[in-house]
Design a protein around this ligand. Structure first.
Ligand SMILES: CC(C)=CCC/C(C)=C/CC/C(C)=C/CC/C(C)=C/CC/C(C)=C/CC/C(C)=C/CC/C(C)=C/COP(=O)(O)OP(=O)(O)O
Ligand code: 1GP
Ligand code: MG
Length: 228
């Protein structure tokens, strides 16, 4: 299997968005460390399967970021399971996870499941709205969540999510300094080489999503900024 700790750059593809074969080829052969398939809305078994089978033409690792139980299918290298630590609704913290485990626990291969402790910081993004995330957090709050994720819950990944907007580099730096071994993912608003490089200076892994659909050329540069 792959060592996700070595992943520095990940492209997140939304199964609910169109991408043509030529663009997909460029994304998969860009030198990125992995493709993550996931989104907040409109994620179905059909569009996940369709995208997974197209990504599987390439040798790049491919993971599913689970956003609903109906779209989980075999065939991925890993399944990333979000838990939204700053959600006001326990469904998004452990509730849906408990229901999924109750129903499918007997077939789950836990070696393939990797839990991501999310803190969502952009109040306007779909994920924040869906999960009722309390985005009114200061640096101390974010450090407390990161510390809880690592020390109390032993989560392998802590994900600072600014989906759709570029985050606070200083905050990412300070959160990174508070973590000892939990891997810090940063995602949100990376649409240039420079923004990618700046976040990668502190985040262990940088996730790039929307720019793939808006400006592929710039999206590809975000890999170069990190991987050379
Ligand atoms: C292999 C196999 C067949 C296994 C079967 C067993 C099985 C079912 C395993 C699953 C186990 C499990 C515990 C699942 C958890 C289920 C679940 C529903 C968890 C909730 C996940 C969650 C908190 C979702 C909330 C939304 C969220 C955080 C999504 C992550 C993606 C994200 C933030 C995307 C960014 O937004 P985007 O959609 O890109 O926004 P724009 O469109 O505006 O760009
Ligand atoms: O789409 P963007 O803003 O690049 O964010 C990436 C990722 O963190 C979304 O879950
Ligand atoms: Mg998106």
């Amino acid at each position: 299997m792959y060592n996700i700790r070595e992943w520095r750059h990940v492209f997140k593809l939304d199964p609910n968005k169109e991408i043509d074969d030529e663009a997909l080829l460029q994304v998969c052969e860009s030198g990125t460390d992995a493709i993550m398939i996931g989104g907040t809305d409109g994620v179905t078994l059909d569009n996940v399967l369709a995208l997974m089978s197209r990504v599987r033409r390439y040798s790049v690792p491919c993971v599913l970021e689970v956003s609903n139980i109906e779209s989980v299918t075999p065939g991925f290298d890993y399944y990333f399971i979000p838990t939204v630590l700053n959600s006001n609704n326990t469904d998004w913290v452990v509730g849906l996870h408990k229901e999924a485990t109750k129903e499918y626990g007997h077939i789950i291969n836990w070696d393939e499941m990797i839990t991501e402790g999310y803190v969502i910081l952009n109040s306007d993004c779909k994920a924040a709205k869906l999960t009722g995330a309390n985005t009114n957090l200061n640096l101390e709050d974010c450090i407390a969540y990161a510390t809880l994720a690592e020390k109390m819950f032993n989560l392998p990944i802590f994900y600072l999510e600014y989906s759709g907007t570029y985050g606070d580099v200083q905050l990412v730096k300070n959160v990174k300094e508070a973590l000892e071994h939990t891997q810090l993912f940063y995602g949100g608003g990376i649409d240039s080489e420079e923004k990618s490089r700046k976040m990668a200076a502190y985040a262990d892994t940088v996730v790039v999503g929307n720019i793939i659909y808006q400006n592929l050329k710039e999206a590809l540069k975000t890999v170069k900024a990190i991987k050379g």
